[in-house]
Design a binder for this molecule. Structure first.
Ligand code: IMP
Length: 180
């Protein structure tokens, strides 16, 4: 069972995220005018943020989802596995990949290369959070909600062992919760 008092600190509130999603949506609308990008959300973490974002993109867009896995608990296990693939053929499409958080960058690098290899015309990245200090792969997000430091965060789609995803804010877990 998760408890609200597992949360050490709220880092980003729902209001801040919604304001930022409006700004990013407006920027994407401007950058992709005359285009019809496919928004691809990586399951499950991107779902709450993607839902906010797509409502603020004033273009004829479609969205799809993909599920890849590389994490166990708080640790990246290196290899990326595709657990659920896209239902859309991406050949010739402009793609906006939506992520909850970019950490080492391995997940997005692999997914981006996979989509380009399949013939996507362009692939840009939009992430709610960016943990730049932890990057091991040289990959940059094109649209960033908020920068965060090197701490494990949960909420607004992000989990620890599948818990806390549905919290309406981004928070930091108390360290003792990792050992539970
Ligand atoms: P990367 O491949 O190392 O960039 O990891 C990206 C994925 O790792 C994200 O989509 C999250 O699922 C997970 N992740 C990385 N850091 C955190 C965190 O602080 N909290 C929750 N999930 C995280």
């Amino acid at each position: 069972m998760w408890e609200k008092n597992d949360i050490k600190e709220v880092l980003v509130t729902e209001e801040q995220i919604q304001t930022r999603a409006k700004e990013l949506g407006a920027q994407i609308t401007k950058d992709y005018s005359e285009k019809n990008p496919l928004v691809v959300g990586l399951l499950r973490g991107s779902v709450p943020f993607m839902a906010d974002l797509i409502k603020n993109i004033d273009l004829d867009i479609q969205f799809d989802t993909m599920d890849v896995s590389s994490y166990e608990g708080t640790q990246s296990v290196g290899e990326i596995r595709i657990l659920k693939d896209l239902d859309t053929a991406v050949n010739g499409l402009d793609i906006i990949l939506v992520e909850d958080i970019v950490d080492t960058g391995k997940t997005l690098n692999t997914v981006k290369n996979t989509l380009l290899h399949r013939g996507a015309k362009s692939v840009k990245i939009c992430t709610l959070l960016n943990k730049a200090a932890r990057r091991t792969i040289d990959i940059k997000a094109d649209y960033i909600g908020f920068e965060v430091g090197d701490e494990f965060v949960i909420g607004y789609g992000m989990d620890f062992d599948q818990k806390y995803r549905c919290l309406p804010y981004v928070g930091v877990l108390k360290p003792e919760c990792y050992e539970k």
